[in-house]
Design a protein around this ligand. Structure first.
Ligand SMILES: [Zn+2]
Length: 442
């Protein structure tokens, strides 16, 4: 397949913009990136796709999400509104995950995958919980991911909050799934990591048992002060120090949020090369505060960008990232589009590189053919220097016209080719209703 006549954004080593360029794809991989005329003469036999001047760029990446959160949309929560984040967990998220059955697990994932294809997010790192449907839950999600054609990294969130048997089942599910994926056909697009809920719901014994099974983890860290207070009372250490003591930090580990960490904890994260995942829309919605992202980026820490179950429009998450830190600091010089791109594009790509054999998130020969076409026709000049500002202030998920992952076209001219959206929505309405009824009865 040869896509030509596009404005190509490569995101390889710099913010390169190529007018009238294209990409030649073979199988799941990018074979060549060049000017249209050169590609057309070099590959005369290739099937051609005239992009008619659209933007062609790598698919977006989300470093932290919860597919099952799709069922929270519009859900009525009885009783007094939650007054803080610990109450949000107790009144919403924990009873919701306990109310899911296997059909709900798969159906909520499908809803998010449709949304991801529509918004041009081709790689998603999910963090799953369904405490009454643990065994096989990652297979149900992987089946949905496989059918969609997208790329994903999956894990199950181990926690002690529902007793020792559920904690053991969570560990088993991570270990079983990692073994099932490794070396399988799925491994081209589906990878695993080891999920942990958060320090505040994990005993020393459980953390030790998890560390014995894996050397990379995906965990919520200090999303609210409660996680720091709990860690101090359990161990006399703050959250990052406690997790570090159990070997949970590391160059392939993802620590989501890190809102309430002190400078010593930040130093530990920097020293260990741990990825810090930032989700500003979620942090604002839960009123938990703003992580010190500007300082972490100044220290060249690998801060990545996720959505925590909000819409899979990563362009929206990028806009909010910039705005949150500007309002939080009271200084319009804080962050800026180039720093936001550093997280959402370059750091996210580095993170995903830990899970797949070939590079993801750039248009370059040998990289995975994960790409999106956007019908964004700039009304001001567009070049490598001002590209980040076009992305922040011009582009949105609504501009995504076509989505390709691993060389397969998943959406063309806004028509989904792998998933039946009407059928998925109808099934989801039914399963969500059943899930809500279990939620209200609990
Ligand atoms: Zn989360």
């Amino acid at each position: 397949m040869l896509i030509h006549n596009a404005t190509v954004i490569t995101f390889d080593s710099s913010n390169r913009v190529m007018a009238d360029g294209g990409v030649c794809v073979q199988g799941g991989e990018i074979l060549d990136v060049d000017e249209s005329a050169s590609l057309l003469s070099r590959y005369p036999e290739a099937e051609r796709w005239d992009a008619q001047g659209k933007l062609l760029m790598p698919g977006m990446i989300c470093s932290h999400t919860h597919f099952y959160g799709a069922f929270a949309r519009g859900m009525y929560i009885p009783g007094e509104p939650a007054k803080d984040f610990p109450e949000i967990l107790q009144k919403l998220w924990w009873p919701l995950d306990r109310s899911l059955d296997m059909g709900g697990v798969q159906s909520s994932a499908e809803v998010c995958l449709v949304d991801a294809i529509r918004n041009g997010t081709t790689t998603l790192i999910d963090h799953h919980a369904s405490q009454n449907a643990i065994d096989g839950s990652l297979d149900a999600i992987a089946a949905a991911v496989d059918a969609s054609g997208l790329r994903s990294v999956l894990c199950y969130e181990v926690t002690d909050r529902d007793g020792p048997e559920a904690a053991r089942a969570g560990i088993r599910e991570n270990v079983r799934f990692a073994g099932a994926v490794r070396g399988s056909q799925l491994a081209e697009r589906v990878a695993s990591t080891f999920g942990l809920h958060a320090s505040m719901t994990l005993s020393d014994e459980t953390l030790e048992a998890c560390r014995a099974e894996s050397d990379r983890f995906h965990v919520h860290v200090a999303e609210h002060q409660a996680d720091a207070w709990d860690s101090l009372s359990r161990s006399g250490k703050r959250t990052v120090e406690r997790l570090h003591g159990f070997g949970i930090t590391g160059v392939e580990s993802i620590f989501a949020h890190c809102v309430h960490i002190d400078s010593w904890e930040m130093g530990l994260l920097r020293e260990t090369g741990t990825f810090v995942s930032h989700q500003p829309r979620s942090n604002m919605n839960n009123a938990v505060g703003a992580a010190n992202v500007p300082a972490m980026l100044r220290g060249e820490m690998p801060v990545v960008l996720g959505n925590d179950g909000f819409s899979n429009d990563m362009f929206a998450e990028m806009k909010v990232t910039d705005q949150l830190h500007k309002v939080n600091s009271g200084d319009p010089r804080t962050l800026g589009a180039d720093k936001v791109l550093e997280m959402a594009v370059y750091n996210n790509r580095r993170l995903v590189g830990a899970f797949f054999e070939k590079p993801v998130g750039m248009l370059a020969p040998g990289a995975c053919a994960d790409m999106i076409l956007l019908d964004y026709y700039p009304t001001t000049p567009l070049n490598g220097d001002n590209l980040p500002w076009h992305i922040l202030f011009g582009i949105s998920g609504g501009h995504v016209h076509s989505t390709i992952c691993h060389g397969r076209v998943l959406m063309r001219d806004r028509e989904l080719l792998t998933l039946d959206e009407a059928e998925i929505s109808a099934r989801s309405r039914e399963r969500a209703q059943e899930t809500w009824e279990r939620f209200w009865q609990s």
